[in-house]
Design a protein around this ligand. Structure first.
Ligand code: SF4
Length: 284
């Protein structure tokens, strides 16, 4: 469904979207880099509003969140689109393409959240929630107004501008933020983004809600001990208790390099533990 977007300004015959740091300037009849924000006759629309591609009741540990309401289940939903183009994307069928989806109003989603048995709330995941902003914001707000004890979780790449992030944070209880690497080159070449805005998102979010970080360690790209040290040191300066999930890469989508060396994963864990109290390995 098409819904009027937030966080844009009209230029002469174009539109500037400032939801995320890409700051797209979009011509009439075109979409931004995320493929889901459309300029139509001087207005910007979210074209994935309420469009759901996946829904499941997942263990919270699968997000991954290891220190937020452990051993619970959370209703998890995703749409389509992404503001990154990671070569190794695990969910490229919904992040880089527009697959079949089904509309669900925010009221119906809130009712589903409340009626699902043993469910602690809602996780916006699978594709990037920040470019699903209007629906995520509306649903999170309605859920909190209906039952403030239900949790709202975001699993995100953290590539969102400060103003929309600050508007959403009051309704968010926990986030898993990807810190894909600690180099701008990696963000540019592999993800189509930049590092600095993600670091800002982590700093701001950690002041407001529970935050855990995931870093996919990719062979030949960010499997560098010094970089793991710098990344861990940055997180420890915010809070030494921020959990860091170091996940082993396996070939996927366009990235064909071999799986990350297991010995390196253990070395990375050892290095991260010099700075952080909660480090775990994934995909080992
Ligand atoms: S949200 Fe989409 S349209 Fe807006 S700036 Fe980011 S990539 Fe561009």
């Amino acid at each position: 469904m098409k819904e009027k977007a937030m966080f844009f300004e009209k230029l002469k015959d174009k539109i500037h979207c400032y939801l995320c740091p890409h700051n797209c300037v979009i011509e009439d009849g075109h979409v931004g880099k995320c493929q889901v924000r459309l300029h139509e006759n001087g207005e910007l629309f979210s074209i994935n509003y309420g469009m759901i591609t996946s829904m499941a009741l997942d263990p919270i540990e699968k997000k991954p969140l290891h220190y937020f309401k452990p051993n619970s289940y959370i209703l998890s939903v995703g749409s389509f689109g992404c503001n990154f183009t990671c070569s190794f994307c695990q969910n490229y069928t919904i992040s880089q393409y527009i697959p079949p989806s089904q509309f669900m109003s925010k009221e119906d989603l809130v009712e589903t959240i409340l009626n699902a048995e043993d469910n602690i709330g809602i996780a916006f995941t699978y594709n990037e929630p920040s470019i699903w902003y209007e629906y995520v914001y509306d649903t999170a707000k309605l859920l909190k107004e209906t039952d403030k004890n239900k949790s709202v979780v975001l699993v995100t790449n953290g590539y969102i501008s400060e103003e929309p992030l600050k508007a959403l944070l009051p309704y968010v209880d926990a986030m898993n933020i990807d810190l894909k690497a600690f180099s701008n080159r990696y963000y540019n070449d592999i993800c189509g983004g930049s590092l600095k805005p993600v670091l800002k998102t982590i700093e701001l979010s950690a002041k407001s809600c529970h935050v855990e970080i995931t870093t996919l360690v990719v062979s030949g790209e960010n499997d560098n001990i010094d970089e793991i040290g710098e990344l861990s040191s940055f997180l420890s300066n915010i809070n030494k208790d921020i959990p860091l999930h170091l996940t082993r890469y396996f070939p996927r989508y366009k990235m064909k390099s071999p799986p990350t060396d297991i010995d390196f994963m253990y070395k990375a864990e050892e290095t991260a533990k010099k700075y952080l109290n909660r480090v775990s390995l994934g995909n080992i």
